[in-house]
Design a protein around this ligand. Sequence first.
Ligand SMILES: C[S@@+](CC[C@H](N)C(=O)[O-])C[C@H]1O[C@@H](n2cnc3c(N)ncnc32)[C@H](O)[C@@H]1O
Length: 291
Amino acid sequence: MSSSEQKNEARGPNADQIEYWNGDAGEKWARHQDRLDVMLAPFSNALLMLAAVKPGERIMDIGCGCGATTFDLASAAGDKGRALGVDISAPMIARAKERAAALHSKAEFLLADAATHDFGATQFDVLTSRFGIMFFDDPVSAFGHIRKALAPGGRTGFVCWRPFRENPWAALPMMAALPHLPPQEPPVPGAPGPFAFDDANRFRDVLTQAGFRAIDIQPFDAELTLGAGADPVETALHQSLEIGPLARALKTMPEEKRDTITDAVRKALAANLKDGAVRLPGAVWLVSAKA
Ligand SMILES: C[S@@+](CC[C@H](N)C(=O)[O-])C[C@H]1O[C@@H](n2cnc3c(N)ncnc32)[C@H](O)[C@@H]1O
């Protein structure tokens, strides 16, 4: 996508998310890709099991970010298959392409809005996503559009977060910071963001309206390693302040308030240091459906 095409898309649907993931957030995800991949690894494995890709299949990995899942899917699809990672974030797609070259992976990457890009009809056997499908302004239209790229009988394997309160990796740092933050607007249920599909019934309705069938939504729990290695608490702290809901809330905070918040979050994370690592529970939905 050229920069003028991207600017045009930035005025259309998903404009806020396109701006968000091409700004600071996308840069941070690209910079911290190795640490995020460690943190999110349990959900890659769950996604691979769910997608159950066979050699020769064609996969579209939606909101692929820096490509971790796309590389695994490309390996599963083998020489005769295809794995295309699609993402709106230029810095993350650039990182994915660098990694593909370094890994000699045949995974392909495309900078595009999955909700509107013309993929052609029936081009894929499987649609996958690890946390890349919760950001559409109009999810029914987005999933309806993407579904047309699936071959008849094609399937999905999506992973998305369950409610915030069931996800201490996000909730614990936020709760520690909350007394020092200005009053936070309550999140609008279903608004684009990491927890847009926390309500399984809503996600089921969206997929049904988008034309999917045989929808199955199952809970899955795993621990996220926020910090390990030489200084696990500082690593976890850095992670919590840079990425996720607290990072979003901190964007508008004056510098002098940040020290107090940093101390509070550090304390909360340190209380969860065990066996040389800070690990906190995460809760997701594993979502499968058919075209
Ligand atoms: C939370 S990140 C997850 C990235 C990656 N799947 C991973 O697990 O590391 C969400 C990703 O979805 C992408 N995204 C959001 N809306 C999108 C859209 N409409 N089309 C394609 N990608 C989108 C973002 O740019 C971002 O890379």
